[in-house]
Each structure stands twice: as C-alpha cells, then as structure tokens.
Design a protein around this ligand. Structure first.
Ligand SMILES: Cc1cc2nc3c(=O)[nH]c(=O)nc-3n(C[C@H](O)[C@H](O)[C@H](O)COP(=O)(O)OP(=O)(O)OC[C@H]3O[C@@H](n4cnc5c(N)ncnc54)[C@H](O)[C@@H]3O)c2cc1C
Length: 404
C-alpha cells in the first residue's frame, strides 16, 4: 500500500516544524517525517553545556516565547529542543518520528518518497533536513595515539583523554569548546581561520538587536569574498564577546590555519595576525555602524568606551608557530570544529550544483512542488537561524498553498 499526502515535509528540526505550522495555517494537508526525534540535532549533535547563541527574546519563533526563561538569557540546548517539541505538540502538528526518507524521486506530476516505513506519494515536498548534515574533517592525521573527533560528537571535557587538546576551527563551536576546555584546566591550542566576531553587547544592546537595526540579518547574499568567513559568537557564561586575546589570557595558544600533517608534525599557515586583524576590523565596524545608526536615529543609549579597549596580543601573533609536534606538546586530542557539508544523495533529481547545494530561488527549486528550507542564505542571512527559518517557511507554505 502506498500512502498519499498532499505535502511531505522531510526533517523535524526547527525548519520542518516551522514549515508544518505555516502549512497548517494555510490549511494544507501534510505530514512531517523525522528520522529521529523532533529537534534531534539540538539534543544529540551538540555539546552538553551549549546554550543558544542569541538571547531567548530573539532565538525563537515569533509566535511562542520560551517559558520560564529570562528573555535576555541564553537557552540551554535541551530547553531549545524542548521548546520545539512543545511547540509541535501544542499545535498538534502532524509529525511522525522515527521515519527516515531514504529516496526521493519524481513520479508523474508529484513525488515518490521511499521511507523506512514504506512508500509515500505526494504532490509537494519541503526538504528541511538541516544546514549542517555531514561533519567535515579537512586534514588527514593518521596516528592511533591521537583521539580525533568532530565538534558534533564533543560532549564535555571529561570525555577526552587526559592531556592537551588541539582545536581546529574558531567559529562559534570551536571557540566555545576551546574556552570550556581551558576553563576545565586543559592545555589548549586553537587554530584560527578567517572569522567575524561581533561584540556580544554594545551600548546596552545585544549584537542580534544591532544586526537587525543595521539590516544585516536581511542581507540577501554574503559580501563578496566573505563566503568562507565563519562567525565566532557565544552565549556561554552569560554571554560575552568572543575575543581571541581573552582566550589567550586564559592560557590558550593561538595558531593560524591548520595545514598538512607529516611524521607527527602539523603545520600551520602564517596567517594568524591577518585573521585576528580581520576579526578586529569586523568587530570595530559593527561598533562604528552602531554609533552611526544611534546618532542618525537620535537613540539615547549609554556610551560604551570599554568596548574599544583591547587586551594585549599574545606573542604568537607576531611570531607565529608554524609547526607543532603533537606528541612533544602532549596533545592527545584533536577536535575538529571545521563545519559540515550538505548531503542530498538520497534525492534522485538533477537539481544540485557541484558543491552539493540545490539550485533554487529563495527555497523554491526548479522542480515544481519541491522546496528547501533552513539552508544558509536561502533567502537572506537569517535563513538558517530559528526565526529566519520561520519567515522562509511562511513564504514557502504560501507558495505551496497557491499551487492548489
Ligand atoms: C553548534 C550549533 C549551534 C547553533 N546555535 C544556534 C543558535 O543558537 N541559534 C540559531 O538560530 N541557530 C543556531 N544554529 C544554527 C541552526 O539553528 C541549527 O543548525 C538548527 O539545528 C537547524 O535547524 P534545521 O531544522 O534547519 O535542521 P536540523 O536541526 O539539522 O534538523 C533537520 C532534521 O532532519 C532530520 N533528517 C535529516 N535527514 C532526514 C531524512 N532523510 N529523513 C527524515 N529525517 C531526516 C534530522 O534527523 C534532523 O532532526 C546552531 C548550529 C550549530 C551547529
């Protein structure tokens, strides 16, 4: 027996739940299939102490507040997962958990989804399987004495063997995990690539508020040349600016981008100073733009001169470390916080670019009835974030409803 549904949503993370809520509002019959549990990645792909990167007033769906949490606090990851689960239950969204879609293909005017519980025919599909699907580890280190793990399987400092840790990648995940390990008394080395590092707060406002006022969440495409620049922010310990000088003051040794591994030695590019400078420029540009906006709008906000005072740079910025002998430094763990790639290998349609991204316009693919939601820069910079996925889902649900 082949089950049928008008619209199939694949993935029950925040983007799939948001899509379901908007399809329900539009009166579109649909089914959400989630292979694990609702918001599984918030539960089992992230470390124990993770909190949302944005405050609770911001990192949420516009129609539901976090219960029992100060709006300026940063929700712990289990609270985020519970939030989506409660939201889905409160609206009686048609989510079926524990069902994986293993293949999606075109059938007539619609689609056939092969699932772990049998085939489903549908007229429309919204793929909401996440922006971060397959962990990427860029450098091969063959050394059985070194434990290697990706940030998606890091849980807490006690999980790692005794000894020093080398973190590779200093976006939000890498920087936050390095800080947690240093605070737990570990010796930590951190390899830092190009990054933005907006101020956590400036003149009494969180940076997510400023990015909204400055129109940066609504940017349609990344500024040319910044496509591979990661963002280092943190809501941990109450939320503070991610400043690599502060991490150095905690005892973390800073390194440039990691390169090749040979005979126990890992090489690093001589780009640490350049990466730190570019991060500082990004930081200062947000302050300058915020000041200009406050002046133009006549906002009565407190001055914040401390925001422009930097700690001293550690010596390894001017005199970079270009190779590390991992054994000699006592490094027993290499933690790769090096991002993820997409995996749509289960979709049997010719709509993918060489880098694996689907061809689409703001989530609407060139195959009638097939949409994507939750991907980075789907329609704007906010698209992969909680409230951004909500806005995209609203538009895509209206698109599907209009198809009849
Ligand atoms: C460490 C980290 C911290 C983050 N912090 C924040 C934050 O604080 N605020 C914020 O706004 N964003 C944050 N993000 C970004 C983004 O919000 C999350 O990545 C979020 O999980 C994306 O939601 P999603 O629904 O698009 O995808 P996912 O959460 O990845 O959900 C996709 C779901 O699809 C399911 N699935 C996949 N393939 C199939 C299949 N074939 N069949 C059935 N089900 C399938 C998966 O099991 C999964 O549950 C963070 C990301 C990371 C990595």
């Amino acid at each position: 027996m082949t089950e049928t549904t008008h619209t199939l949503v694949i993935g029950g993370g925040q983007a799939g739940i948001a899509t379901s809520a908007h399809l329900q509002k539009q009166g579109v019959p649909h089914l959400v299939l989630e292979r694990d549990r609702i918001a599984e990645r918030w539960r089992s792909w992230r470390w124990d102490s993770l909190v949302a990167n944005g405050p609770a007033w911001h990192d949420r769906f516009p129609e539901a507040e976090f219960q029992g949490l100060d709006p300026d606090a940063f929700a712990p990851k289990e609270a985020v997962a519970d939030y989506f689960e409660t939201f889905a239950q409160s609206r009686a969204l048609p989510v079926r958990t524990g069902v994986e879609v293993t293949r999606l293909e075109r059938r007539g005017d619609g689609f056939l989804a092969t699932t772990s519980q049998g085939p489903i025919r549908t007229g429309n599909v919204v793929v909401a399987t996440g922006p971060f699907q397959t962990p990427v580890i860029p450098t091969v280190i063959i050394d059985p004495s070194i434990r290697q793990l990706h940030s998606n399987s890091y849980r807490n400092p006690d999980q790692l063997p005794q000894g020093a840790v080398l973190g590779v990648g200093a976006g939000s995940s890498g920087a936050q995990i390095a800080e947690e390990l240093a605070r737990a008394g570990r010796r930590v080395f951190l390899s830092i690539g190009p990054h933005d590092r907006p101020p956590r707060r400036y003149r009494g406002k969180d940076f997510v508020w400023w990015l909204g006022k400055l129109g940066k969440w609504d940017m349609k495409t990344p500024t040319p040349g910044t496509e591979h620049v990661t963002i280092a922010v943190s809501g941990a310990y109450g939320g503070h600016t991610m400043d690599f000088r502060r991490l150095a003051a905690l005892g973390i040794t800073l390194l440039g981008r990691a390169g090749a591994y040979r005979d126990g030695q890992l090489s690093f590019a001589a780009d640490l100073a350049r990466n730190i400078e570019a991060g500082d420029r990004n930081y200062l540009s947000v302050l300058d733009e915020a000041d200009a906006y406050a002046a133009a709008e006549g906002l009565d906000l407190p001055a914040d001169p401390d925001a422009r005072h930097f700690l001293p740079l550690p010596p390894e910025v001017a005199d970079p470390i270009l190779t590390l002998d991992l054994a000699a430094e006592g490094i027993r763990t290499v933690l790769w916080a090096t991002g993820f790639r997409l995996d749509f290998s289960w979709i049997d349609l010719d709509i993918f670019q060489p880098d694996g991204r689907p061809r689409h316009h703001e989530g609407v693919s060139e195959v009638p009835g097939l949409c994507f939601v939750g991907l980075p820069w789907l329609s704007c910079r906010g698209s992969a974030f909680i409230w951004g996925a909500w806005k995209d889902a609203e538009r895509l649900a209206a698109h599907i409803a209009a198809r009849g």
